[in-house]
Every structure is written in C-alpha cells, then in structure tokens.
Design a protein around this ligand. Sequence first.
Ligand SMILES: NC(=O)c1ccc[n+]([C@@H]2O[C@H](COP(=O)([O-])OP(=O)(O)OC[C@H]3O[C@@H](n4cnc5c(N)ncnc54)[C@H](O)[C@@H]3O)[C@@H](O)[C@H]2O)c1
Length: 321
Amino acid sequence: MEGQITVIGAGKMGLGIAQFFAQNDKEIVLVDLNERVIEEAPDKIKEELIHLVNIGILKEEKAKEILNRINFSSNLNDASSSKLIFEAIPEKLDLKRNLFNRLEKICDISTIFATNTSGISINEISTVLKRPERFIGAHFFMPAAIIPLIEVVKSDRTDHGVADYIITLFKTLGKEAVLVRKDIPGFIANRIQHAMAREAISLLEKGVASAEDIDTVIKWSLGIRMIFTGPLEQRDFNGLDIHSDIAAYLYEDLENRTVASPLLLQKVEKGEIGVKANKGFYEWDEDTKQQHIQAKNDALLKMIKYLEKESMNNNESNYKE
Ligand SMILES: NC(=O)c1ccc[n+]([C@@H]2O[C@H](COP(=O)([O-])OP(=O)(O)OC[C@H]3O[C@@H](n4cnc5c(N)ncnc54)[C@H](O)[C@@H]3O)[C@@H](O)[C@H]2O)c1
C-alpha cells in the first residue's frame, strides 16, 4: 500500500530513517526546508553507505542502488504523492503541528502520518489534525538505520488498523516494533533510560565511584545481560520473592528527585554538555571522537548481525546484501 515513502527533516534522525527504508527497497523522498541541509544530505548518506561497504556489510552495487532510491527535495509539495510520511523535524510542538496541518492539506485523505518525537505527546500533536485517526508515533533510536527497535505509539484516537499496519510494516522490514498502548511521557525506553541515568548521576554526585567505573559496572553486568533478557524477564529468573525482599530495604534509598540534579545543572551551566562540547562526564578529544562513535556503531552492527545469525531475532536482516 505504502509505495513511495516521504521522510521530512534531513537531520541526524531523518537521514538514518531515509537510509533504513532505502536499504529495504523503498522509494524515498527526503524533504528538508533548509536548502543547505538538503544539498549536503546525499553526500552524508553516501558516506554512511561507503563505510558499510568498507566494513563488508554492504556490496558496492547495493550501496549505489540504495542511494538512487532516495530523492532529495526542499519543497514540501513533493511529499504530496506519498501515502506514508515520517516526520523528523525539531522537537517543538508548534513546528510539528504546523507541518502536519500543511501536510493534511496537500496529501490524500488516506495518508498515514508518523512522528519521530522523542517525547511530545502524540495526543497533543494530533489535536489540531482533521484526521487524528491516521496519526501515530514511530520513535526510532539513534542511529536509526542501525538500532533495531521502533516504539509505535498510539494516541487515544489513532485507528487500531493504522497501528497494526505500521507494526507489520516495520517487522517485515526487519525492525523490532513494539506497540506503546498509552501515550505516556517518554514512552517506554526513555522512561527507563532516565530512571537509570538519574540513579547513575546520583551515585557520581555522592562520590560512590568514578563515571568510568559506574559505566563499567553497567556495561559488563546489566548491559551485557540485557541483550538477552529484559528487566522483567530477568526478575523472573532472579525470583520475585527475592526482588520484593530487596525492594523492601532498597527503594527508600534510591534517587527519586523530581528535578534534574545540581551536578547535571552545573555541568549544563558551564557548557560541559558532552561530546558536542568535548566535555561532559568525560573529556572528549575533537580529533578522535568521530572515530570513537563510528567504532561503537560498527560494533553494534556486527553484534546485531551475529544475533540475527543466531536466530535471536526472527525477523529479516536490516542489511540485505
Ligand atoms: N537525535 C536523537 O538522538 C533522536 C532520537 C530519537 C528521536 N529524535 C527526535 O527526532 C526528531 C528530529 O531530531 P534530530 O536530532 O534529527 O534533529 P535535527 O535538528 O538534527 O534535524 C531536524 C531537521 O529538520 C529540518 N526542519 C526543521 N523544520 C522543518 C520543516 N518545517 N520542514 C522540513 N524540515 C524541517 C531542519 O532543517 C533539520 O535539518 C526530534 O523530534 C527528536 O526529538 C531524536
């Protein structure tokens, strides 16, 4: 049904979303209103694809085909013939509402609109829409072409058939798609990520261990285990009786502040905002940080490929050669 797919916004997420669909044989229109951004977009995607060729994930011929499947445009009217549109513009409610308002005017009434918002309420965006039943959240994770999961978020008015259709589409294309039945702030992953980060920052603030050691504990204990068992399944292995005994003395000691911690606020105030500023909880080197990110992405890709081969994931590969 979907035919050509439009992705709107050619920033960090939109580029990856367009690449993901094109890798899976879909014809794409990638729209960004910023002329400079759209001029640079083909080279950015090409660079990613060449890298995949260089590390042996893609064949050169396939990489060319993928790039040829993406049409780049700075004119929103080029979205009008798509029946499926994914938005990845900045995280601002009014910007997103205005965009979908305009799209509803130029697109067929059967078009499905999906937003990649990280946390704005799907209900709130859709209040201005004439056809909220055809509007849904499709939350990709960074890097969108690599991370297998999509949170598909229904608003109170999203049609069940639309949610089913989007989930089936992603599963067919090799993603793991999960239905978030309630439009809750942060959906599932960001809620759990922030709960963990709040505790980690608090441990750092209390001087319990260094940033590196806190990360090491998570990477080589919970992190590595969680590829195979999520937190609920893991608790079944642990025993809910034991969990409940631990909860009885531990919960009252866990970080539960409802505002960002002073340590976090001080860092932001000083401009120590992470990799972008070469300083956050760690010091980053301007010359090597890109290699660092690339090495992690490559390792993720290899691990996903391995898991697919071991049939941990029953879906088709994201990286058809
Ligand atoms: N960056 C992440 O890790 C991440 C992860 C998951 C979800 N998200 C969400 O994805 C969305 C996009 O994030 P990003 O990091 O790619 O942002 P970004 O700033 O990198 O890119 C946004 C792009 O949208 C373009 N744009 C702005 N207004 C537009 C309009 N009206 N029409 C067309 N293009 C327009 C901009 O020129 C820019 O290129 C946000 O809602 C964000 O919260 C981001």
